[in-house]
Write a protein that binds this ligand. Structure first.
Ligand code: AMP
Length: 193
């Protein structure tokens, strides 16, 4: 079993590469963004709270987000045993600390953090294109700019945190989707040896 964090700015390809990882390694995919969007679609109380933050390009408060993630793990013990791909979590140092503790209580850990590097201009282009195709409410220029600012101030410092832990693998997120996945696979397979 293997736990992977896929890390990078909005538009860096986390969701796309997660699909490949699920197929190849048979992992349980947890995208916190998808979990929140599902609540919004179903009109739950959590969905009502989350939509305000999402549409404003802000992060959901740590304590709430951490309890949402723990609930997903608690509800899926069998799937968790297959290994998990954490997509969009952690996004703050507080969340990274909580994830470490949560997994330690379960006798596991994050094995590798795959960091996708994509230049800012390309991120904006990709997100605007995705907004046109998917209609995601937060993929408009104003919100994209806010999300990138939040990424730089609150999320990107996590890179150093995981580099210090010795589990960070930097991957060039530009190029063909298949080519990027080959590099990810190599990083994972190297760290499994
Ligand atoms: P994503 O689909 O990962 O781009 O997430 C979309 C939005 O959901 C983010 O801009 C945040 O508002 C919220 N969100 C998703 N994951 C988290 C998280 N780990 N912590 C806080 N907010 C999150």
């Amino acid at each position: 079993m293997y736990n992977i964090v896929i890390f990078g700015a909005p538009g860096s390809g986390k969701g796309t590469q997660s699909e490949f990882l699920i197929k190849h390694y048979g992992l349980f995919h947890i995208s916190t963004g998808d979990v929140l969007r599902d609540h919004i679609k179903r009109g739950t109380e959590l969905g009502k709270i989350a939509s305000g933050y999402i549409n404003d390009g802000k992060l959901i408060p740590d304590d709430l987000m951490i309890s949402i993630l723990e609930k997903v793990l608690d509800e899926n013990p069998e799937k968790e045993k297959q290994g998990v791909i954490f997509d969009g979590f952690p996004r703050t140092t507080e969340q990274a600390k909580a994830l470490k503790e949560m997994l330690a209580r379960r006798g596991s850990k994050v094995d590798i953090v795959i960091g996708l590097d994509v230049p800012e201009e390309e991120l904006v282009d990709r997100l605007i294109k995705r907004g046109k195709e998917s209609g995601r409410s937060d993929d408009n220029l104003e919100t994209i700019k806010k999300r990138l600012a939040v990424y730089h101030s609150q999320t990107s410092p996590l890179r150093d945190h995981y580099v210090d832990e010795g589990i960070y693998a930097a991957i060039n997120g530009l190029g063909s989707i298949e080519g990027i996945f080959e590099n990810i696979k190599q990083a994972i397979d190297n760290c499994r040896k």
